[in-house]
Design a binder for this molecule. Structure first.
Ligand code: ZN
Length: 293
């Protein structure tokens, strides 16, 4: 019961982050301030009331319409909040309460919510937060690509600084598949992050270089955004995970194309990356048993 309530609360936090990411994705490429102005209806300009700003529920209670002018509000906002909420809720069980049993090597015995509060395991808590941050960054980048915008440099730069500023060195357990090629133990995790970021960027830069003149502006923008997003994924998870995620991602892109033809919904391949990254986090240990080298 306590586990469930705690997971629900974490899911609510995730949904609130999703709500914030909607704002980030809308304002950042347009050069607007992310924090200084309250959310407002894009049609009539009225500020959104606090009670209507509740993630998912606010949208459902308003039946998807602005309280002031009755204009429809895109369901996308509620969908993003819902997906982020589900991810935080699910990862609480899969990763936080389980002692990181999802990783190739568990960090601790299963702890449950009570133990996390009474006797906090900081490795588990920071791991959960770290993966939550990655999913948040990927969702923001996916929404920006969905809108046909270029990912601003400050986003991946922020991620890059967080990761390389000693995080990998200090928190080696973020990288359970640390590189075998570096022989100084302390540097295994930082180099794994670096190799992961490089591989992620190169995998999408090669088609960019090959196509060069023949690609449309939309294709160029997508390849650039994909290179940035997969570099960030590699920096957060390491080399082998990003290679596996790349494979899952290509499969997911093909599946998403089928879905697009069947249901006539178009969504950015970067949103597919969000999904396959969550899948990989959930099944990390099993995937590393199946595909390792
Ligand atoms: Zn309105």
């Amino acid at each position: 019961m306590l586990d469930f309530v705690t997971a629900l609360w974490l899911g609510f936090v995730g949904a609130c982050i999703g709500s914030f990411l909607n704002v980030v994705a809308y304002r950042m490429p347009r050069g607007m301030s992310v924090v200084w102005k309250p959310s407002h209806c894009p049609k009539c300009g009225h500020d959104i009331r606090a009670r209507d700003n509740l993630p998912v529920l606010g949208w459902l209670l308003l039946r998807g319409r602005c309280r002031d002018c009755g204009e429809p509000i895109a369901p996308r906002y509620a969908i993003v909040e819902g997906f982020m909420g589900i991810a935080f809720f699910g990862l609480a069980y899969i990763e936080l309460f389980s002692g990181a049993a999802n990783l190739p090597d568990a960090l601790a015995d299963p702890v449950g919510a009570l133990d996390s509060v009474v006797n906090p395991n900081w490795e588990l808590l920071t791991l959960y937060g770290f993966h939550g941050l990655l999913l948040s960054l990927l969702m923001a980048m996916g929404l920006i690509d969905q809108d046909g915008q270029r990912i601003p440099w400050s986003l991946p730069l922020f991620a890059g600084i967080v990761v390389t500023a000693g995080l990998a060195y200090e928190c080696w357990y973020f990288y359970p598949e640390r590189t075998r090629n570096i022989h100084v133990w302390e540097w295994k995790a930082p180099f794994d992050a670096l190799f992961g970021a490089m591989w992620g960027a190169v995998a999408w830069s090669i088609p960019q270089l090959v196509l060069r003149r023949r690609s449309s502006p939309a294709m160029k923008r997508f390849l650039r955004n994909a290179a940035i997003a997969s570099a960030v994924t590699g920096a957060f998870l390491g080399l082998r995970p990003v290679v596996r995620i790349f494979g899952l991602w290509l499969g997911g892109i093909i599946a998403a194309r089928g879905l697009r033809n069947a249901m006539n919904v178009r969504f950015s391949p970067l949103l597919v990356l969000w999904g396959v990254t969550l899948l990989h986090l959930s099944l990390w240990g099993r995937l590393s048993d199946l595909f390792s080298w």
